[in-house]
Design a protein around this ligand. Sequence first.
Ligand code: GLU
Length: 482
Amino acid sequence: MAEAPRPLGESVRCRIAPAPTGYLHVGNARAALYNWLFARHSGGTFVLRIEDTDRVRSTDEAIGIVMGSLRWLGLDWDEGPEVGGPYGPYRQTERLHRYTEVTDRFLAGGSAYACYCTPGELEERRRLARARGEPPGYDGRCRNLSEAERAAFEAEGRQRAVRFAMPEEDVTVHDLIRGEAHFRANDLRDFVILRSDGTPTYLLAAAVDDVQMHMTHVIRGEDLLPSTPRQLKIIEALGAEPPAYAHLPLVVGADRQPLSKRHGSVAVEWFKERGFLPEALVNYLALLGWSYDETTTFFSRDELVDRFDLSRVSHNPAAFDMQKLEWMNGHYIREATDTRLTEVVTEALRGGALVPDPSVVAAAIPLVRERMSTIEEGGRLLRFLFTDDVVPDEKAANAISKAGVGFLREAASRLEAVEDWTAEEIKRVLILFQEDSHMSRRDAFAPIRAAVTGSTVSPPLYESIELLGRDRTLARLRSTGA
Ligand code: GLU
C-alpha cells in the first residue's frame, strides 16, 4: 500500500492527539485550542485522535474525561471518536494492524530491522558509552546482523523488537514558529518502532496516523520537537508528503520549569470543578503563547477564530499565572448574564452536596457577582443560605465571643419586631440597634454576620438576612454560642 501524496491546495487538517491519562493537562488543552482555532480560522478540519496504546492507563473512563473536557471548553472536533469521519478509526488501539502492516513493509524494504538486544544489554552499553563520553543512543548492534546471527538469537528465544534504520544524515526541521531546527545524525540513532509485545511506539503510531489521516499541519508542544526529525524520516520511508510542523512554546510554572502536578493544579477538570468559566480559560489559554497585539486582553471566541495566526505565536516559554487567570475569570463572571451565573452557581452548590433553590440563588447572584473570582467562591459565599449546618470559622468565632451571646440575643429580639421583612427594614432596625449599643458599625455587625453566615466575609448583610428569612436568622442568632 503506497501512501498517496497529499493533493496540492487541499484545506487545512490538524489534530489533537491526547494520551488519555485521566485528566487533560492545560498544556494539551492549549495545544487543542490552537489547533481548533487554526482549523476554524482557515475553514479546515479539526481531528481528535486518541493515543491509547498505553492500555493500562487508557480506560474508557479516562477517554471520556478528555472528551468531556474538550467539549466543556467548546473545542468540538469534526472527525474523531463519537463523530466518526473518513479516516477512522480514531483510537490507536483500533488501528494496531496498520502499524504492523507498515512495520512489515519497512522490514521488507530495509527501512527497519529486528533488534534482539535485551534491556539489560542496552543499559550496560549506554553506561559504557557515557563513560567514554559518547552519546548514549542505540549503537546499531543489530542493524547488520547476518542470517546466522539472527537465527541464533531466534533459537535462543530472544524477544524481538523492530527498530527504524535512520539514514545517517543530519536533519533540518522547518518549523512554522521556530524557523529551522537542526539535528545532527549522531543524535538521531535507530529507535524502536514496534515493541517486542507487538505494540507500536508513539514515534511510529503518530507518524503513520498523521499520514493516513491526511494531516496538513501538526501543531504540538515543543517537548515533542525531538520526535519530529524521526517522524519525518518515517514519513519519508512511507513515500508520503510530510505535514507542516509548528511547535508551541512550553508552558512553565513560576520557576520556569515545565508545568507539572508539582506546581499544583494542571488539569482542566480541576479548573472546571473550582468554578472557572470555560470562556475565561479559553481566553487565558489563547494568550499563553500567542498575542494579537500589545494591548488586547479580552477576546470572544469569534474574535479568537478571526484573529488567530501561527505567526504571532511566541518562541519563549509561557508562564502559567494563576492570578491572571483568576482575574480574567472575575471579568467573565461580571460579564455573564444572571441566568448563566444562577445556573453555574447552582451547579457548584449541588457539587457541594447541597440542595439549592434556584430562585434563591437567582436572587442572591447580584449580591455576589462582584465579590467572586471563581464560581466556587460564589458557592462558598452563598452556602449559608442552603444549609443550617453553619459552624463559625475562626475569625467569626472570635467576633462572636468578643460581642458576647447576650448581644446576639438582643439583636434577635430587635429583628423579631421587624414587620416588613425587607433589606430596607432590616437595615433600619439594625442601625438603630447598633446606635443604642454605642458600638461602631463594624464591631456591631461583625458578630451578627458571623452568627448568620458563619463567616466574617459574606454578601451584604441586610440582603443576606432578608434572603435567609426571619425564622432561620433568629434561630442562628439565638443558638450561636449557646
Ligand atoms: N500523545 C501526545 C501527547 O499527549 C501528542 C503527540 C502529538 O501531538 O504528536 O503529548
